[in-house]
Design a protein around this ligand. Structure first.
Ligand code: SF4
Ligand code: SF4
Length: 518
């Protein structure tokens, strides 16, 4: 979710792509500017040719480490500041006070880490190969059968008994995996050029990372505010290395190049070309590949008139004018993510109101979940993937290069009742090394209670078998006197739904009697 046109900053990604949301963790920064282990003359030792060769090697090392792409950008995010300020001013960050606390440091890398000249942004796919194949590594792929993995994810959302955990959180904590590999990349650079100032970010720091990634030309911000790339979808993590060396930036393509491409084609590829109703090959693979070959894939604009692309036409007419990757560059007329959001959190293209987002409500929010939003959360117990699942570009989502993100403890196929039965000790033991552990046992139970309450509400439409309903009610009653007031309150809310079930049963019984008397 993110762009240099001051757009997206207003939005937040509740996806791991956006570190700033996590806002807590090993990288937490003090309020002041941080020195990047600065080596004042690092840049002076490297001439332009050496830096260009280094940038090429950094990308190769990045690929060796499993990163799908590496982008290098400068630190000028001034165009994003107004939208960021407006987003904060509107209170869209909810209780994430750290976001307001850091203020414009998010948009000013050199104020966050003194001496920063460039930001190296790395992208790593996290979709487990086993998820694509149809089963967790702990089960056999045939458990779910082959087919469209996104359809399988959606079918779990429709199963009231299922506990749905966001794909990124089912395996090992991504912060650790990303940080370790980014650190390796930073050290590899140091072995090549000697000491230099740098700092690695994979979480907590106020980094406007989707903006930086877009500036580094490794994707564009979709209307849901996450970063998307045409050959990788959006199921990936982002991490950054702030450096004090003047690496050549990944320059946007020239308008000249764009003009030539458009002359032969008439329009850039957008989501309209890859909607799911089209056969996979109907994306006009030749156009797709041709544009990538022509260099548009590293910085194109979409058809004119789309949000965030108002300058597309003017850019195409300019003689030789750099064109940065823009928000919504390949969204076209698509609004699927906005339409699919269960809570209406995407309040407009490139703007997410965190206070309504399921990821915020189930992860960031520490207290009571607003009652009006609880029914909309459904069975999502940690995060939400809905806006990504419907995005046509995720037809091209890539499998993770590492096994770390494979689902553990059956988190890709658990039921609400089973997870609700975990003791605090079991939660701690099983969530060791998982991002989920960060929310704590109390919020975990809170989220599950909401899911169980929603299952009972769904039962008012006769969605559950009687034994399942009884298991849910028993599980909730078993925690009605929980030591935590937060858990008790959510359990009571969930149990209120039993009266709905009772009314429904009476109605059904009544209609059965009526049928018999007729
Ligand atoms: S679909 Fe909506 S609620 Fe879910 S992550 Fe996206 S913005 Fe948040
Ligand atoms: S679902 Fe459509 S509008 Fe939303 S990010 Fe994907 S392509 Fe863009």
């Amino acid at each position: 979710m993110t762009a240099s046109d001051a757009v997206p900053t207003s939005c937040v990604s509740f996806d791991p792509q956006d570190d700033s949301l996590a806002g807590r963790g090993d990288d937490a920064l003090p309020a002041g500017t941080v020195a990047a282990a600065s080596v004042p003359d690092a840049a002076d030792r490297l001439d332009a040719r050496t830096l260009a060769a280094l940038a090429t090697r950094i990308k190769a090392w990045g690929r060796e480490l499993g990163f799908g792409a590496i982008g290098i950008s400068d630190t000028d995010l001034s165009a994003a500041e107004a939208a960021l300020a407006a987003w904060l001013e509107a209170g869209c960050h909810g209780e994430m006070d750290y976001m307001a606390k850091h203020g414009m440091k998010r948009a000013r890398p050199a104020e966050l880490v003194a001496g920063t000249l460039r930001v190296i942004t790395a992208r790593m796919a996290y979709l487990p190969a086993s998820t694509i194949a149809g089963g967790s590594h702990e089960s056999t792929p045939s458990d779910s059968g082959p087919g469209d993995w996104r359809a399988r994810e959606r079918s779990r959302l429709a199963d009231p008994m299922a506990a749905v955990v966001s794909v990124y959180a089912r395996g090992r904590d991504y912060h650790k995996v990303m940080r370790q590999r980014l650190q390796q990349l930073a050290e590899r650079i140091e072995r090549d050029i000697g000491p230099y100032g740098h700092r690695v970010f994979t979480d907590s720091a106020p980094v406007l990372e989707v903006e930086l990634a877009q500036k580094g030309n490794i994707g564009w911000r979709g209307k849901h505010t996450l970063l998307i790339e045409r050959d990788a979808g959006s199921f990936f993590f982002l991490g950054e290395i702030y450096v004090d060396i003047a690496l050549p930036i990944d320059a946007p393509v020239s308008a000249d190049a764009l003009g030539k491409t458009h002359a032969g084609d008439g329009a850039a590829i957008d989501a309209d070309d890859v909607i799911d109703s089209n056969p996979e090959g109907a994306i006009s693979r030749a156009r797709f590949d041709g544009q990538l070959d022509a260099g548009v894939g590293t910085g194109s604009v979409a058809k004119g008139g789309e949000e965030g692309n108002a300058n597309a036409g003017a850019n195409a007419k300019a003689a030789v004018r750099p064109v940065a990757r823009q928000a919504g560059a390949h969204c076209g007329h698509c609004t699927r993510c906005i339409d699919a959001c269960p809570t209406g959190a995407i309040v407009g293209p490139f703007r997410v109101d965190a206070r309504r987002c399921v990821s915020y409500l189930t992860i960031e929010l520490k207290g009571s979940i607003p009652e009006a939003l609880r029914p909309l959360i459904g069975n999502r117990v940690y995060g939400c993937d809905d806006c990504q699942l419907v995005c046509p570009w995720n037809k091209f989502a890539q499998a993770a290069p590492v096994g770390d993100f494979d689902a553990r403890h059956g988190l890709d196929r658990s039921t609400l009742v089973d997870l609700f039965a975990w003791s605090a000790e079991e939660f701690d033991a099983r969530m060791q090394g998982s991002a989920i552990r960060r929310i704590g046992y109390e919020c975990w139970l809170r989220n599950l209670a909401v899911g169980l309450g929603n299952a009972l509400r769904a039962d008012a439409g006769a969605a559950l078998a009687k034994p399942d309903r009884e298991r849910i009610v028993d599980a909730l009653r078993g925690r009605a006197d929980d030591a935590s007031p937060l858990v008790r309150e959510h359990v009571q809310w969930a149990l209120q739904a039993t009266s709905l079930c009772a009314v429904d049963e009476q109605r059904k019984a009544g209609s059965d009697d009526e049928g018999r008397s007729n």
